[in-house]
Design a protein around this ligand. Structure first.
Ligand code: NAP
Ligand code: F7E
Length: 345
C-alpha cells in the first residue's frame, strides 16, 4: 500500500485529492495546523479513512517529525495562504507560507529521504500580467500580487531541488478550479452562495468587485487527478492544467442567476453599473472588492498534460456553475430547516 502525505488537507483540493487517493488504495496522511475551531467542515465525510497529523509548513521541525513518522512515497504540497487579496494585507505571512514553506518541505525531503516524490501546487497567478495568450509552460511569469510572487519562488525552488538533488519534484501550474467545497471568499463560491440566498429570499443583492476579469475555471475534482498523474511519471516535470476556455466574472454571475431562473440585464457603467432582474437591483459594485492591481485575463493551454499525462478536463463551465448553485441551495435550505427545528425545540 503506497503512502501519501497531503499538506493543506483541510482545504478544497485537500478534500478532493484525499478522496481520490483513498479510492486508489493509498494510505493517506493529512497535515493540518492547530485551529481554535473544528477542522472537520470539508473533510468530515472522509475523516475515518485518513490519518491526521498536527504540523505547519512554516515549522521545519514539524515537517521533519511527520516525514520521519510516516515515511511517505509521495508528498503533495497544497498548503498555502491562497487568497490573493490577503497577500496584500499579510504579505510577510504569505511569503513564509506560500513561498518559504515549500523550501521547508523540500529541505526536509532532502534530509530524510530523497526518494520521496513531491508535488508543488503552483498557480496560473504566476502569469499575472500575461505575456502571451494562451499561457503554457514556456510563457514568462509576471506575477501581480505578493501571492503570485511567493508562488514564483516556490515554483523555482521546486525546480532547483529537482536539478540540484535529483528529487522527483513536479510543479502543477493549475488554473482556477472551483467546486462546492471552494472557500466562500473566492468569487465563484461567493456568487453561487449569494445567488442561492437571493433565491431563498435571504439576500437582496450581490456586492461584487471587477466584473470584467476573465478566468479559466475548471472543476477541482478533475484537477486532482492531474496532480497524481504527475507523480506517476518516470521523470518529474512541470505541467499547465486548465480547461482552455475563459469566462468573465460577469458571465459567471449571469449563468448562476440563470440556474435559478433569473435573467440579469446590466445598466450603467464603471462603479455605477448594476445588474437588474426586472426592476430589482440584484448585483451592484462595491469598490472594496476591487484589487490594487488586477490579473485581467487567464487562459491556459494544457496540451502538454494531454499529450504526456493523458489528462483532459471533464466538466464544462455551465455544469460547474449549476453544480455549485444547486449545492448551495441545498446547503442553505438544510441549514434553515435545522435552525428552524432548533428554534422550535
Ligand atoms: P485552500 O482551500 O485555501 O486550502 C489551503 C490549505 O492550506 C488549507 O488546508 C489551509 O489550512 C492550509 N494552510 C495554510 N497555511 C498553512 C500552514 N502554515 N501550515 C499548514 N497548512 C496551511 O486552497 P485550495 O484551493 O485547496 O488550493 C490548494 C493549493 O493550490 C494552494 O497552495 C493554492 O495556493 C494552490 N492553487 C489553488 C488554485 C485554485 O484555483 N484553487 C489554483 C492554483 C493553485 P486551514 O484550513 O487551517 O486554513
Ligand atoms: O478572484 C474578481 C477578482 O479570488 C477571481 C486562488 O485560488 O485562483 C484563485 O485566485 C477574479 C479576480 O481568485 C470579486 O478581482 C470580482 O479577478 O476567486 P478569486 P483568484 O484571485 O483568481 C488562483 C489560480 C490561485 O492560485 C489562488 O490561490 O474575480 N472578483 N469581484 C472578485 N474576487 C473575489 N474574491 N471577490 C469579489 O467580490
Amino acid at each position: 500500500m503506497k503512502k501519501a502525505l497531503i499538506t493543506g488537507i483541510t482545504g478544497q483540493d485537500g478534500f478532493y485529492l484525499a478522496k481520490f487517493l483513498v479510492g486508489k488504495g493509498y494510505e493517506v496522511y493529512g497535515m493540518y495546523r492547530r485551529s481554535s475551531l473544528d477542522i472537520g467542515e470539508r473533510i468530515d465525510e472522509i475523516i475515518n479513512e485518513i490519518h491526521l497529523l498536527d504540523g505547519d509548513i512554516t515549522d521545519f521541525a514539524s515537517i521533519i517529525r511527520i516525514l520521519q513518522e510516516v515515511n511517505p512515497d509521495e508528498v503533495y504540497n497544497l498548503a498555502a495562504q491562497s487568497f490573493v487579496p490577503a497577500s496584500w494585507t499579510e504579505p510577510l505571512a504569505t511569503a513564509e507560507m506560500t513561498g518559504v514553506g515549500v523550501l521547508n518541505i523540500l529541505e526536509a525531503i532532502r534530509l530524510t529521504n530523497k526518494k520521496i516524490k513531491f508535488y508543488q501546487a503552483s498557480s496560473s497567478e504566476m502569469f499575472g500580467k500575461v505575456q502571451e495568450i494562451p499561457q503554457k509552460e514556456t510563457t514568462p511569469f509576471y506575477p501581480r500580487s505578493p501571492y503570485g510572487v511567493a508562488k514564483v519562488y516556490a515554483y523555482w525552488i521546486t525546480k532547483n531541488y529537482r536539478e540540484s538533488y535529483g528529487i522527483h519534484a513536479s510543479n502543477g501550474i493549475l488554473f482556477n478550479h472551483e467546486s462546492p467545497k471552494r472557500g466562500k471568499q473566492f468569487v465563484t463560491r461567493k456568487i453561487t452562495h449569494c445567488v442561492a440566498k437571493v433565491k431563498l429570499g435571504l439576500l437582496d443583492c450581490l456586492e461584487i468587485g471587477n466584473l470584467d476579469a476573465k478566468r479559466d475555471w475548471g472543476y477541482a475534482e478533475d484537477y486532482v487527478e492531474a496532480m497524481w498523474l504527475m507523480l506517476q511519471q518516470d521523470q518529474p516535470d512541470d505541467f499547465v492544467i486548465s480547461t482552455g476556455e475563459t469566462h468573465s466574472v460577469r458571465e459567471f454571475i449571469e449563468e448562476a442567476f440563470r440556474v435559478i431562473g433569473m435573467n440579469i440585464i446590466w445598466f450603467g457603467e464603471g462603479l455605477n453599473e448594476v445588474g437588474k432582474f426586472g426592476e430589482k437591483v440584484v448585483v451592484k459594485i462595491n469598490p472594496k472588492f476591487c484589487r490594487l492591481v488586477e490579473v485581467d485575463l487567464l487562459l491556459g493551454d494544457s496540451s502538454k498534460a494531454k499529450k504526456e499525462l493523458g489528462w483532459t478536463p471533464k466538466t464544462k463551465f455551465k455544469e460547474l456553475v449549476a453544480m455549485m448553485v444547486n449545492s448551495d441551495l441545498k446547503l442553505i435550505s438544510e441549514g434553515i430547516k435545522t435552525n428552524y427545528a432548533e428554534m422550535k425545540r
